[in-house]
Design a binder for this molecule. Structure first.
Ligand code: HEC
Ligand SMILES: [Cu+2]
Length: 315
């Protein structure tokens, strides 16, 4: 593993290289733009020092061309960085569709990761080389921030909300992961390692973990034990919407709004059912806020999402 104190951390992804280039470019540009100012400052200080013979009569005519040039050329140069950085930022918000999705739950003071196959780990994240990985993250208590210096990515992890980040590591190795948001006494210990492995080694690692149930399968069990299925699966007493195929679909609400059933919507539907009531149904679903631990919630959401997928694959 690379020591934390090395001058320039390894860049592990195309994005990381781009961030480095941006940083170096921006520092270079700032130097280029401020250097003439300091040179002129020094030169004027010497030339017009008290008692020097230099002429102090102001010049009558202004040099418009020069003034426009020194305003517009730096402006144009800075705009290049605006567009470049903006593009890199948008790229960061758009994970590729085939990304491997890993659920992250933060709590004081540890990072928990769950792979789609149900493999779980704490303060260690194993991922394959050359494959896009999307992290869907939430916090069980306070605000944390998951930071991967070698990938140059960092994203806040919030209670009651799902945030995402994605990356594609290009080189195998072991690198740091850290919490970058002060979150209490042991914040500085809320750190771990990301282990980037060759795809075959990753598969072997997954197999060694011997998870008996996938994330969605665990969610299916919880769906029964929390009593969701009592209403949502062929109930005679309560009329509740079927959750099959809802993920990613538009949902008409009683308020007349139409929202997309994304991760956040499903989470809110469970914790704050009164916030979005589905059109045509009575708001009888109880709130599960404070009754479902964050990890169970992640599994329930994975289960509901898997219902969507099963539907999609039907011919
Ligand atoms: C008492 C019956 C009942 C129980 C128990 C219940 N629900 Fe619901 N649920 C409903 C009803 C009725 C609606 C539609 C009205 C609304 O949106 O509040 C709904 C809506 C939803 C929606 C939004 C559906 C859509 O089509 O957009 C989701 C997701 C959901 N429930 C998940 C769950 C989960 C997960 C559980 C278990 C933790 C659960 N529900 C437990 C009755 C129930
Ligand atoms: Cu933290």
């Amino acid at each position: 593993m690379q020591p934390t104190t090395s001058f320039w951390p390894t860049a592990l992804s195309a994005h990381a290289h781009e961030v480095d280039l941006l940083l170096i470019g921006l520092v270079g540009l700032c130097a280029l733009l401020t250097l003439p100012v300091f040179v002129a400052l020094g030169w004027f200080a010497i030339r017009y020092r008290r008692g020097s013979a230099a002429s102090r009569t102001p010049r009558r005519r202004r040099n418009w061309k020069l003034e426009f040039a020194w305003a517009l050329i730096p402006f144009g140069l800075v705009l290049v960085f605006y567009v470049w950085a903006g593009e890199a930022y948008f790229e960061l918000r758009r994970p590729p569709g085939d990304a491997l999705e890993i659920a992250v739950v933060a709590r004081q003071w540890m990072w928990k990761f769950q792979h789609p196959g149900g493999q779980r780990e704490i303060n260690e994240l194993h991922v394959p080389v050359g494959q896009p990985v999307r992290l869907s993250m939430s916090s069980q208590d306070v605000i944390h921030s998951l930071y991967f210096p070698a990938l140059r990515i960092k994203q806040d992890v919030l209670p009651g909300r799902t945030t995402f980040q994605w990356f594609q590591a290009e080189r195998a190795g072991v690198y740091h992961l850290l919490c970058a948001e002060y979150c209490g006494t042991a914040h500085s210990e809320m750190r771990g390692e990301i282990v980037v492995m060759e795809p075959a080694a990753y598969e072997a690692w997954l197999a060694r973990q011997g998870a008996d149930l996938t994330l969605a399968e665990r969610g299916a069990t919880l769906f029964r034990s929390y009593g969701c299925s009592g209403c949502h699966e062929h109930s005679e007493v309560v009329r509740a919407p079927s959750l099959h195929g809802i993920y990613g679909r538009p949902v008409p609400l009683a308020s007349g709004e139409i929202v997309t059933a994304d991760d956040q919507y499903i989470r809110d539907s469970i914790l704050l059912p009164m916030q979005h009531v589905v059109a045509g149904y009575r708001p009888v679903m109880p709130s599960f806020a404070g009754r479902i631990p964050e990890e169970d919630l992640v599994q329930l959401i994975a289960f509901i999402k898997s219902l969507a997928r099963a539907e999609d694959h039907r011919p």
